[in-house]
Every structure is written in structure tokens, then in C-alpha cells.
Design a protein around this ligand. Structure first.
Ligand SMILES: NC(=O)c1ccc[n+]([C@@H]2O[C@H](COP(=O)([O-])OP(=O)(O)OC[C@H]3O[C@@H](n4cnc5c(N)ncnc54)[C@H](O)[C@@H]3O)[C@@H](O)[C@H]2O)c1
Length: 440
């Protein structure tokens, strides 16, 4: 395929040289003539292990070219990969000026370039851009710029996951290849250009692809800060944090895994809030600030607030709370955010009925019983034996359990509003007219 790579920085040069090394006819474009000259001379314009060699080899093979003239790169090109910078704007926003200019340059070039044999040219954004950029800016700019021509063009987002310093290795072993587009030709073009990689290409909604990159970077930043915060405290306590974290990383069931990463309701239960509070207390005693870990308690509170706000916004008065314990298959009510939710709704005057497949107030003992009695003294009166009993006449159901009897009852007696705080009620319930997910 003929591929134009627009922007020859870290991402663009690695992408261009790697694609060229796999036989694509790659044309790199940059507004910076010095970078173009470097590539033409067989050198990488950016320092990256192995990149000088790859550029030299691909330029010598005639598969990698560089130009300042976008029209030369776009001539008969099947797709362009936009790899220009998206720096921070003064208040932290994303400066999309370079993306917009690159798209305008592509439009101008398309007007004079010959179309590819495949007939359609696809503009694929590799730069990191906020959700909505392709649909709200790139696609309209392409459509407006090419209005009145016969030129077929599609737009897509294909986030780049490489890291500087290991760019080439990361490119060839990308953790994910995701293309966000509603255009089948663009999806096909991306699938074909990355066809040599041992990875399936996931075709998703364009905003998912745009958001994914931010989620990844935010998570990576959070991991670094997490390790640094716990180590800040442990160091002060004379604990070797490197050994702690090394063992921590050996747990690929709960720690380095998909566990706890599904959007849904607040965390709770007998351990997480208690132990987090204790850790923060130990930090205060040792004079250590752990703002990120302290923030998790604040963000947890926001999740409960949001659930309350959603119920209030539903305009109903009768609420069926399906699921009370902090997670399914336990009757542990200690610090269950569902108990907190019930308490807040009752306090606001809602008529709350509760169904939980496991919780039986007659069998609650010890700390569990004391916790419930302090929060929901009339639990016995609020609890129903069947989900249908809770749902009958309810204006809104708040659902945290995906037990089959609960799903069946929701489908049989669907209330006007179903607020899913479990994130796993499944398609049938999700397609009910009053369904809304909390946080997704
Ligand atoms: N650097 C990374 O490790 C990395 C990894 C993944 C994603 N990203 C994202 O990829 C994008 C590019 O990052 P980078 O670090 O390669 O940027 P960079 O600043 O190194 O390179 C951008 C290049 O684009 C060129 N350019 C600007 N406008 C142009 C135009 N109209 N036509 C042609 N060239 C133009 C610039 O001259 C520059 O050479 C950013 O959105 C970044 O967030 C970066």
C-alpha cells in the first residue's frame, strides 16, 4: 500500500520506518525541512534505539521517502496516518491546531493528487486527540474541503501505543491495534496496512478509540503515582517498598489483572475502606502526603452521590434496591455502598424496598448486624422475599446484582427507570426503555 505519514516526530518516524521495512511504499511528510532532509540522508530525525539503522535501510531500499510537499506523499496514497503533535493548551486542554492544519494540508493535496487504485483515501489519526475530534473536526473538515469533488475519503482514529525508547519494539509488538471508524473502507485500509502484525485489528466506534488512549495513559500515570505514594509511606516506616511492590506485581489475579477495572458502583465492604483509611492515618502519623490515595475516598463518595442524584432526577418516589451487600454472593453489609445509598434515599423521603438474594436480617450477627442496625434499623421491614415484590409499583430500580431471578423480574415488571450500578445486567435488561448505566 502507499502510505503517507504526516508528521515525522517520534511517532511518525517510527511508524514510517517500520511500515516501510515491511514493504509498504511510505512517504513521510513534515513541515520541518530539516527533519525531511535527515530522513532523505538515511538518518532518523529523532533519537530512538535502532531507528537510524531502520531509516537508512528503508531509504536505501526505496520504500521510505520524505518530503515537505504533502501532494507528493498523497499522490495515489491509500491512506494517510496523521502523527502531528497535540500539545497542551494553556489551561491543560489539547491544542488541535497541528491536527487541523495537517487535515487541511491533506485536503489541499487530495485536490491535486491522483486517487489510489483502491479509489478511496482514508485519513487515519494516530495523534492522541480527545473523543469527538474525528467526528466533530476531522470528518467535517474533510467533507467541507472536498465538497463538490468526486474524491472518496474516509476518516478513522487508530491510537498509537508505542513508548519512546522502545518505539520500534513496541510498534512490532503493539499491545492492541484498535481502529475507530464508521467507514468500512477506512477500517479495511487500517487492517491491511497493519496486516503483518500478529494482532487482530479491533474495529470500534471512533470515540472509543479516541478515549482508549487517554484511559491507557491515565492508568499508566496512576500506576506510577500509586507505586510512588505507597513507597513514600513505606520508606518512612522502614519498609523496603521495592520488595513490597515486587511481590505485589507477582499477583496477577487481583493486582496486575482486569480485576477491579470494570466501571460501576463504589467500592466498599469490610476491608477496602477500612484499610485505606488506616493507610492514610499511618501516612499522617509519618508526615507523608498521599493525595492520590486520599482521592480514592473522595471519588468513591462521588459515585454514591451520582447514584442518589440519578434516583432524584428520575422523579419517582418508590425505589426498588435490588442487591444490598457490597458484592454478590455475600451477606456482608459492613460499609456496603448500597447500604449507604439506601440510607441516603430513605433520608430523602423515598419509599425504599430492598431485595437481596443472600441477605437475611434474621441471620445477621456480630459487626455485620451492628453496622446494619446503625444504618438501616428497619431493614426487616424494607426487605422483600422476592425481587418482584420490591419491583411492583416501583418508579425506579437500582440494581447491583445480576442474579437470574432479579433479571427475570426486571424483564417481567420493568419499572420506568432502571439504574444499573452493577455493569453486568446483560443485553436484555440493557435494552429496556428506562435503562441507564451508572458511569457508562
Ligand atoms: N511520543 C510518544 O511516545 C507518543 C506515543 C503515542 C502517541 N503519541 C502521540 O502522537 C502524536 C505525535 O507525537 P510525537 O511525540 O511524535 O510528536 P512530535 O512533536 O515529536 O512530532 C510531530 C511532528 O509533526 C510535524 N508537523 C506539525 N504539523 C505538521 C503538518 N501540518 N504537516 C506535517 N508535519 C507536521 C512537526 O514538525 C513534528 O515533526 C501526539 O499526539 C502524541 O500525543 C506520542
Amino acid at each position: 500500500m502507499k502510505v503517507a505519514v504526516v508528521g515525522l516526530g517520534y511517532v511518525g518516524t517510527v511508524t514510517a520506518a517500520c511500515l516501510a521495512s515491511r514493504g509498504h511504499d511510505v512517504w513521510g511528510v513534515d513541515v520541518d525541512a530539516a527533519k525531511v532532509e535527515e530522513i532523505r540522508g538515511g538518518r532518523s530525525p529523532v533519537a530512538e534505539p535502532g531507528l537510524d539503522t531502520l531509516v537508512a535501510q528503508t531509504v536505501a531500499d526505496g520504500t521510505l521517502h520524505a518530503t515537505v510537499a504533502c501532494a507528493d506523499a498523497l499522490d495515489q496514497a491509500d491512506l494517510s496516518l496523521v502523527c502531528v503533535g497535540t500539545p497542551s493548551a494553556p489551561r491543560g486542554g489539547t491544542d488541535l491546531t497541528y491536527v487541523r492544519r495537517a487535515v487541511d494540508d491533506i485536503v489541499a493535496a487530495m485536490r491535486v493528487a491522483r486517487p489510489p487504485a483502491s479509489r478511496q483515501h482514508s485519513v487515519v489519526i494516530r495523534s492522541t486527540v480527545p473523543p469527538g475530534t474525528v467526528e466533530d473536526m476531522v470528518a467535517p473538515a474533510l467533507a467541507d474541503g472536498l465538497a463538490g469533488t468526486e474524491i472518496a475519503i474516509g476518516a478513522a482514529m487508530c491510537p498509537e501505543f508505542l513508548r519512546e525508547g522502545s518505539g520500534i519494539a513496541d510498534f512490532f509488538a503493539s499491545p492492541l491495534i484498535v481502529v475507530g471508524t464508521s467507514d468500512p473502507c477506512a477500517a479495511e485500509a487500517v487492517t491491511e496496512v497493519f496486516g503483518f502484525l500478529d494482532q487482530p485489528v479491533r474495529v470500534v466506534d471512533v470515540r472509543i478509540a479516541e478515549a482508549l488512549k487517554y484511559a491507557c495513559n491515565a492508568f499508566h500515570a496512576t500506576k506510577v503515582s500509586f507505586a510512588n505514594e505507597v513507597s513514600r509511606l513505606f520508606r518512612l516506616m522502614g519498609v523496603d517498598s521495592r520488595e513490597v511492590m515486587s511481590l505485589f506485581c507477582e499477583d496477577d489475579v487481583l493486582n496486575i489483572s482486569a480485576s477491579y477495572l470494570r466501571p460501576g458502583f463504589a467500592f466498599g465492604g469490610s476491608c477496602l475502606p477500612k484499610d485505606l483509611r488506616s493507610l492514610l492515618h499511618q501516612a499522617r502519623m509519618h508526615g507523608a502526603d498521599l493525595p492520590m490515595l486520599a482521592g480514592t475516598l473522595a471519588t468513591n463518595e462521588l459515585v454514591v452521590n451520582e447514584a442518589v442524584d440519578r434516583v432524584v432526577a428520575s422523579d419517582g418516589r418508590t425505589v426498588a434496591l435490588l442487591g444490598l451487600s457490597f458484592k454478590s454472593d455475600t451477606d456482608d453489609l459492613r460499609e456496603s455502598p448500597n447500604v449507604e445509598l439506601a440510607e441516603r434515599l430513605i433520608g430523602k423521603g423515598f419509599d425504599v424496598r430492598i431485595y437481596d438474594p443472600v441477605v437475611n436480617p434474621a441471620r445477621l450477627i456480630g459487626a455485620n448486624r451492628r453496622h446494619v442496625e446503625s444504618k438501616l434499623p428497619h431493614l426487616g421491614r424494607l426487605l422483600t422475599h422476592e425481587p418482584a415484590e420490591a419491583l411492583r409499583g416501583a418508579d425506579v430500580a437500582v440494581v447491583s446484582t445480576a442474579e437470574r431471578p432479579v433479571l427475570d423480574a426486571l424483564l417481567t415488571i420493568p419499572p420506568p427507570h432502571v439504574i444499573d450500578i452493577s455493569g453486568r445486567l446483560g443485553r436484555e435488561v440493557e435494552s429496556l426503555p428506562g435503562y441507564e448505566g451508572l458511569g457508562w
